[in-house]
Design a protein around this ligand. Sequence first.
Ligand code: MSP
Length: 496
Amino acid sequence: MKNKFYITTPIYYPSDNAHIGHAYSSLVCDSIARYKKQTGYDVFFLTGTDEHGQKIEQVAAKANIEPQEFVDKIAANFKDLWANLGIDYNLFVRTTDDYHEQTAQTIFQKLYDRGDIYKGEYKGWYCTPCESFWTDTQLANDNCPDCNRAVEKASEESYFFKLGKYADRIIEHIEKNPDFILPVSRKNEMLNNFLKQGLEDLCVSRSTFTWGVKVPFDPAHVIYVWIDALPNYISGLGMFNDKFENEDFWPCDLHVIGKEITRFHTIIWPALLMALDLPLPKSVYAHGWWTVEGAKMSKSVGNVVNPTAYAEKYGVDAVRYCLLRGMGYGTDADWSHSGFVARYNSDLANDLGNLFSRTSAMILKYFGETIYDIVDDDVLNSDIENAYTSYQSQMDSYNVAQAIQEALNLVSRANKYIDETQPWVLGKDESKAAELKCVLYNLCKALTKSAEMLLPIIPQSAQKILDCITFNKSSVTIKKSDVLFPRIDVKMDVAP
Ligand code: MSP
């Protein structure tokens, strides 16, 4: 039986269409999911949309349409975008799907029945864009401490979840499981800024608007959107509903999230799971933000970059590559069009594209399509093996950007090997034919391994490379191909 691997993206708010920040989270998951499949795992990859809450209700009202109609449209756009970017998920959960609502209600009921949810009165502040509650002391200059936007006074009869009760167990879990919160900086932030300060009970229902899942035993209340959203990770497997039977994938191997929602995933979600007597996810990886000139990319700031426009103009793999290579592990990354072009030209057009075109052109020129009777000297073998070992260790620790770098290091090594061996000189001397065969064969090996490593990152182009090179016992055959990554002419180019 194959080992299982379960990976999830955050479920996105369909309050607006996705930008490259959202695309990034899905691409990280997609690349890891593809890698795991390639290395023999039975993978389940979940994504979806988080469709309830006050913000969605407000944006739909502003657009003069029913919330359901509004989210239907945007959820469809998300699905189209994922298809365009080659995001190969297994299931797209929508929190308005019946099975999901069934799970959310069952969980709420269970927590109520076991005394972890009780009725009280909420008095405090609410940030609608973040769907977060805050106390007076938590506000930053009277604004939301997460997004710095205005908050609204909220005073209403509400249900509360006994979050505080689980604090010690969560601290213990975090301390005993070094891979639970990645990277380490986030772990320290959670421990020092939240857990060790003591946790207040969490308000888990709202009664001042209606767009949400109804509290099963008190339909004047809707379930607080995060308590509705987080369970998508188990509703999508069929837990507490009768739609699917993929419960075996729990506990999740990896929740990929943006850093701003770490608290929800490493404190609130674990507490809910503990209350349900379910095991906790193995790892939560919080990546940084795509910013533009230092400001977080978001619709309200007006600095969003549209991934579809880039994919249409430069190709899907260009977008996948530049996003995945462009953000370091756990850190923010600043987006600029010139940065995108520079990376595309240097890594894809120059390094990888040139290695491929030079190698295939030389084989076609000197040997026609096939090089026969190669006597292998294995000169690049250890470089190839070492690159692959480093790549694997980076992918296994979810550092996709560094894994890509390991693949590109092998590409650079192979390009350097061309310069060192000067096959065009060997080609002029018939007595050097055996040597030339060997050089070109070694290049084919390095190229194939690089393409294999890049398959989860740039699936179409890497597959093209692999399809062009066929190894036989002591021969290799190359198929002519178009230029993989046409160079972008910086002078003529305009951002899409
Ligand atoms: N609906 C909640 C998540 C619920 S998960 C149970 C939510 N949605 S969101 O649409 O606002 O953002 C979801 C995710 O999109 C972020 O956590 C992050 O992964 C990604 N990003 C949104 N903007 C981003 C950037 N500017 N940069 C990088 N990622 C960003 O929060």
